[in-house]
Design a binder for this molecule. Structure first.
Ligand code: ZN
Length: 135
C-alpha cells in the first residue's frame, strides 16, 4: 500500500513537471555562445530571438510560438506541431528544415542550399519552391 502511494506521488510529481516545463529562453538564462537550443514542449515561448552562433534549433510542440527570427548561420531548424507559427525565416545557410504539422505556415522560403525538407501536414502551404539540392 505504501509503495503504491509512493508511485502515485511520483507520477503526480512528474506530470506536474511536464505541465510547467519551460525552455531556457523563458527562464531567462544566458544564450550567448549557444550552438543548440531546445525549446521542446514550452507553452510560453512566443518568439525565438536572434541568437548569434546558433546552429541547431529544436522547437517541437510550442503552441504559442508565432515567429522565429532570421538567425544567420542556422543549419538545422526543427519546428513541428507549432500551430501558431506563421512563417519560416529565410535563412540561407539552412540545410535541414523540418516543420511538419504547422497549419499556419503558408510558404517555404527558397533556400538554395537546403538538403532536407519535411513540411508534411502543413495544409496552408500551397507552393513549395524548386530547390535543386533537395534529396
Ligand atoms: Zn520557453
Amino acid at each position: 500500500m505504501l509503495k503504491y502511494t509512493y508511485i502515485k506521488y511520483i507520477h503526480v510529481l512528474l506530470s506536474s513537471i511536464k505541465f510547467y516545463i519551460m525552455c531556457i529562453l523563458c527562464e531567462d538564462r544566458k544564450t550567448s555562445g549557444l550552438q543548440l537550443l531546445n525549446c521542446y514542449n514550452c507553452s510560453f515561448i512566443t518568439s525565438i530571438p536572434l541568437i548569434e552562433g546558433l546552429r541547431e534549433l529544436y522547437c517541437f510542440d510550442c503552441p504559442a510560438i508565432l515567429n522565429i527570427q532570421m538567425i544567420p548561420g542556422l543549419h538545422e531548424l526543427y519546428c513541428c506541431n507549432c500551430p501558431s507559427i506563421m512563417s519560416i525565416p529565410h535563412i540561407k545557410e539552412l540545410k535541414i528544415l523540418v516543420c511538419y504539422n504547422c497549419p499556419s505556415i503558408t510558404y517555404i522560403p527558397l533556400i538554395p542550399g537546403l538538403h532536407e525538407l519535411n513540411c508534411s501536414y502543413c495544409p496552408s502551404i500551397t507552393k513549395i519552391p524548386l530547390i535543386p539540392t533537395l534529396h
